[in-house]
Ligand binder design. Structure first.
Ligand code: NAD
Ligand code: LMR
Length: 329
């Protein structure tokens, strides 16, 4: 085992996603069995007592990969020297809300955390945002961290990506391992576009394999895009274990690399590829290697996809303008 622990900061550590996420990171699911991790956990003051209980449990697991745990409510201290920051802490929506309704409640959290990351994180910091509305919160954090390259911020659309794979696997009766090159475009919201036109099932085109435009447009896309709301309706609380699992998948692939015959969906800063407004944080198909990502280029976008991508991008532009108006960026 290497000796220098990787410092992983997690915000909202006493929340429901935190309760799944911390144990997965600590046991090596993120960086593997040979890399020790130091957890640096941020919470608001009233939640620190509960977090102390979680730390007792983390210690009681005696994970060989857990080098230490620090907790606190000051982002300047908790982000000190962090190599990876997973920004989960934010209020979840409840029944009847859209994720964008959380902008004013949650946006301000990400200004202070962006500044603290800017001033205290390690030079190799990568920041993954799970707290909603994730894309625009990532934009707020990045804008408030001018010394950190914009490419180091991403927002979580991996949960949507995994949901899309799962739905397709069920429809076609194939294992999830046979599905590759799934793409989520746009916002982690009901306007997102899960793209089957470039996905593959056992090496063949997924849209052709489905062969049913009505199922694609009227069942698959809304099921994936509205899965978060369906879970809230059923559980009375928003997705947590699946969100933690996707947060791990996304960070692991970012740091350790995506598979050679596949790509992943990540919301990253747009360079204008595929006509997506430059500067917003929008989901794309990306390949990752050693902590860097590249948008997959050269995919043909048909009229149906163009309309869907444009609608989700328009929503992200509106969210950007709203947080500008609120003085957050
Ligand atoms: P939760 O309410 O159980 O936990 C949130 C935690 O964040 C709480 O413990 C709270 O005290 C803490 N917190 C609030 N403000 C904070 C701050 N300034 N600094 C540090 N911690 C702070 O919520 P949850 O179910 O864990 O969800 C967290 C967020 O993740 C929500 O916004 C939810 O909508 C979002 N989410 C995103 C995805 C995704 O795919 N992107 C999936 C599921 C949930
Ligand atoms: C999800 O997709 O499950 C989360 O973003 C929670 C939500 O509000 O839908």
């Amino acid at each position: 085992m290497s000796t220098t622990p990787v410092k992983v900061a997690v915000t909202g550590a006493a929340g429901q996603i935190g309760y799944s996420l911390l144990f997965r990171i600590a046991c090596g699911d993120l960086l593997g069995p040979d890399t020790p991790v130091q957890l640096q956990l941020l919470e608001i003051e009233p939640a620190l007592k509960a977090l102390e209980g979680t730390v007792m449990e983390l210690n009681d697991c005696a994970f060989p990969t857990l080098a230490g745990v620090e907790i606190g409510s000051d982002p300047n201290k908790i982000f000190d020297g962090a190599n990876l920051a997973l920004l989960v802490g934010a209020r979840p929506r409840t029944k009847g809300m859209e994720r964008g309704d959380l902008l004013s409640a949650n946006g301000a959290i990400f200004t202070g955390q962006g500044k603290a990351l800017n001033d205290h994180a390690a030079d190799d910091i990568r920041v993954g945002v799970t707290g909603n509305p994730a894309n625009t919160n990532a934009l707020i954090a990045s804008t408030n961290a001018p010394d950190i390259p914009k490419e180091r911020f991403s927002a979580l659309t991996r949960l949507d990506h995994n949901r899309a794979i799962s739905q397709l696997s069920e429809k076609l009766g194939v294992p999830v391992t046979e599905i590759k090159k799934m793409t989520i475009w746009g916002n982690h919201s009901a306007t997102q576009f899960p793209d089957l036109f470039h996905a593959e099932v056992d090496g063949k085109n997924a849209y052709d394999a489905v062969g049913d435009q009505d199922w694609y447009a009227d069942t698959f896309i809304p099921t994936v895009a509205k899965r978060g709301a369906a879970i809230i309706e059923a559980r009375g609380a928003s997705s947590a274990a699946s969100a933690a699992s996707a947060t791990i998948d996304a960070a692991r692939d970012w740091l350790l690399g995506s598979a050679a015959d596949d790509w992943v969906s990540m919301a990253v800063v747009s360079d204008g590829s595929y006509g997506v407004a430059e500067g917003i944080i929008s989901s794309f198909p990306v390949v990752t290697k050693n902590g860097d990502w590249e948008i997959v280029q050269g995919l043909e976008i048909n009229d149906f996809s163009r309309g869907k991508i444009d609608a989700s991008v328009a929503e992200l532009v509106e969210e950007r303008d709203a947080v500008k108006e609120l003085g957050l960026i």
